[in-house]
Write a protein that binds this ligand. Structure first.
Ligand SMILES: Nc1nc2c(ncn2[C@@H]2O[C@H](COP(=O)(O)OP(=O)(O)OP(=O)(O)O)[C@@H](O)[C@H]2O)c(=O)[nH]1
Ligand SMILES: [Mg+2]
Length: 263
């Protein structure tokens, strides 16, 4: 990817970069700063914040990032709200911890448009940088991705990647709406994409992956086990949806320059 000017053309699309956050004060600023500007018609950057107790929301507001509160816990829960409240036609997701290559967003969106795709998931395993994934996480990832391939035969290398680029309209089909409120949403969305959009419209692209900034919330064994259990439950139709698709009705919604009283 060339440095400096990101792209010669302005892509004729509107894009929302959606970041779930829970206590990411150390990394959110840098994650937001790394997102290229002025390469598409309209760019919204927003966080779906899960009741962070640090300065995450303040930092977002300082950087003109839209803040949506989702008090219900969980990575998947944040996305199941964010996917509905995101304003724009194309959604790009990333963790707010500087691990994913934000500088590639314009190229990835361009690829989606040029190849008339519906969904891109970014594989981190082929190009992971030193220190980005501990041996245990790397192994866990391999186990989960292996099981996902075994159960669904959908041929995705990195079932746990959290960087996706897709058209919001994929959720017009209710079957495309992921149901899991936790980390397993990541593998679920890829299974659904391959199943309902097909291999031609839902593809995987390799991207670099970097060392995390700030402390992880992930519980290696607990999350790994939940992910594995979910794969089997999903495959055999045993999973349940615990909460509704979309935001809470009486949600405070986006904060426009103000922070709620601290509890
Ligand atoms: N809103 C919300 N966001 C969450 C929650 N749990 C995690 N996140 C965010 O979701 C993203 C993914 O979580 P991570 O802790 O990075 O999980 P991970 O990428 O599997 O673990 P690392 O490899 O250590 O980064 C981060 O931006 C978190 O801040 C939650 O309960 N609610
Ligand atoms: Mg992460």
């Amino acid at each position: 990817m060339a440095g400096g000017r990101i792209m010669d053309e302005v892509l004729p699309v509107s894009v929302t970069v959606l970041l779930p956050t829970r206590n990411e004060e150390e990394a959110l600023g840098a994650t937001v700063d790394a997102i290229p500007r002025d390469w598409c018609e309209s760019l919204e950057i927003m966080i779906v914040d899960g009741s962070s107790t640090d300065r995450t929301r303040e930092i977002a507001l300082e950087k003109d990032v839209r803040v949506h509160l989702e008090p219900r816990k969980g990575y998947g829960r944040a996305y199941r709200t964010g996917f509905v409240v995101a304003s724009n036609d194309i959604i790009v997701t990333m963790d707010a911890d500087c691990t994913y290559p934000a500088e590639l967003i314009p190229e990835l969106v361009k690829r989606l448009l040029d190849d008339d795709l519906d969904f891109i998931t970014c594989d981190r395993l082929s190009m992971a940088e030193d220190g980005s994934m501990s041996g245990l996480h790397g192994f866990g990832n391999w186990v989960l991705s292996f099981n996902a391939r075994l159960l669904f035969g959908y041929g995705i290398k990195d079932s746990q990647s959290g960087m996706w680029v897709f058209r919001k309209s994929i959720f017009d089909n209710p079957k495309m709406r992921p149901t899991n409120d936790g980390m397993p949403l990541s593998e679920e969305i890829k299974v659904l994409a391959r199943k309902h959009l097909g291999r031609k419209k839902a593809i995987e692209i390799s991207v670099p992956y970097r060392e995390r900034v700030g402390e992880a919330e992930i519980h290696t064994w607990g999350d790994g086990w939940k992910n594995l259990r979910f794969l089997y439950a999903k495959r055999f139709g045993l999973h349940r949806t615990r909460t509704e698709w979309g935001p809470l009705e009486d949600n405070p919604d986006s904060l426009n320059g103000t922070l709620p009283e601290q509890q």
